[in-house]
Ligand binder design. Structure first.
Ligand code: FO1
Length: 320
């Protein structure tokens, strides 16, 4: 292993993007590769929207609106307001500056570039050296099965505020998707794979469902550390965090699981070696250990980069 380990982080949206910033601080960007969920990606106003790629890209560029957890800090929404004046219902808010990213991405895709190359172009222009790799080139869609029908993830999460009951979560087009060769190589060459603290079913699930992804992780022989996205023992104040918790709980219940760290750990059985549990939930450590994981207890609530860097350091030491 080189003295600075090469880390591959499986990343969803807000939670993983915060840990990515922590790893970037500790490792330097040359040693950090993100394999990012593209199941939330969708077309809107003729533009290709890639929420998790943008959330991680803006976070690594230091441009993320930290309070919202997505979009650009200080952005305005005059275009969305005008669309409302024109009688549209822009329930998925695209900031005026954020729109430039979607316009450029859509133009580059239209010119024949694949999403991995487009992402590399956009990240390069933001001065990001960490590698951001979409989980696949194919367009796939995370679908939420509700009593009123099967709807795309963002309709469930944003338009309906993660309130519908969830009967199942599926990944449309995933069986036809292929593992990006760059991603396979990054996983096989890395010294550590980290499963980010994102929704295990609608953010990490799609990544692991790409044919060949689990095999590539296993082929790397690198240890795999999963960071819990669930912290039960701390009351949630921010509305965004409450909605993410609602979304996780609803999806876990569709699998007959509770919204607890131990249930998330169960979804990573036969994949993760170590599970990182929040200090507030250490009562669950014994149960997680008994199901075959190493367990590390740490502060996993990392809204600020300093806390994220401390967690990243601890994760690196967990497999030292
Ligand atoms: N999340 C919201 O709750 N409301 C929004 O209007 C919204 C807009 C949006 C635009 C661009 C983008 O990259 C992300 C956006 N998100 C919004 C966040 C997004 O729904 C989530 O970050 C992921 O899809 C789930 O992790």
């Amino acid at each position: 292993m080189s003295q600075v380990p090469r880390v591959a982080l499986l990343a969803g949206g807000v939670g993983s993007s915060r840990l990515a910033v922590g790893f970037e601080r500790v490792l330097g960007e040359a040693h950090l590769t993100l394999v990012v969920n593209t199941g939330d990606d969708h077309w809107r106003y003729g533009l290709r929207i890639c929420p998790d790629l943008d959330t991680n890209m803006y976070a690594l560029a230091g441009l993320q609106d930290r309070q919202r957890g997505w979009g650009l800090a200080g952005d305005t929404f005059t275009t969305m307001a005008r669309l409302r004046e024109l009688g549209d219902d822009p329930w998925f808010s695209l900031g005026d500056r954020d729109l430039a990213t979607h316009l450029l991405r859509t133009a580059l895709l239209g010119a024949g570039m694949g999403i991995a190359e487009v992402t590399q172009q956009l990240a390069g222009r933001l001065g990001i050296n960490a590698r951001l790799l979409p989980m696949t080139e194919a367009e796939v869609g995370t679908m939420i099965h509700t009593p009123d029908g099967v709807i795309p993830f963002e309709d469930f999460f944003v338009r309906l505020g993660a309130r519908p009951r969830v009967e199942d979560v599926s990944y449309e087009g995933i069986d036809q998707s292929t593992l990006n060769p760059l991603t396979r190589r990054a996983l096989e060459a890395c010294d550590l794979v980290v499963i980010g603290p994102s929704n295990p079913l609608s953010s990490i699930g799609p990544i692991l469902a790409v044919p060949g992804m689990r095999d590539a992780i296993k082929a790397s022989a690198a240890p795999v550390v999963a960071v819990t996205p669930v912290v039960s023992g701390v009351p949630i104040s921010a509305e965004g965090e409450r909605r993410r918790a609602r979304s996780r709980a609803a999806q876990l219940s569709a699998r007959g699981l509770d919204h607890r760290a131990v249930d998330v750990a169960g979804l990573y059985r036969n994949l993760a070696d170590v599970f990182v549990l929040d200090e507030a939930d250490q009562a669950e450590a014994a149960e997680i250990r008994s199901s075959g994981f190493g367990v590390m207890v740490a502060n996993t609530l990392i809204p600020e980069p300093d806390a994220a860097a401390i967690l990243a350091e601890k994760v690196l030491k967990a497999v030292g």
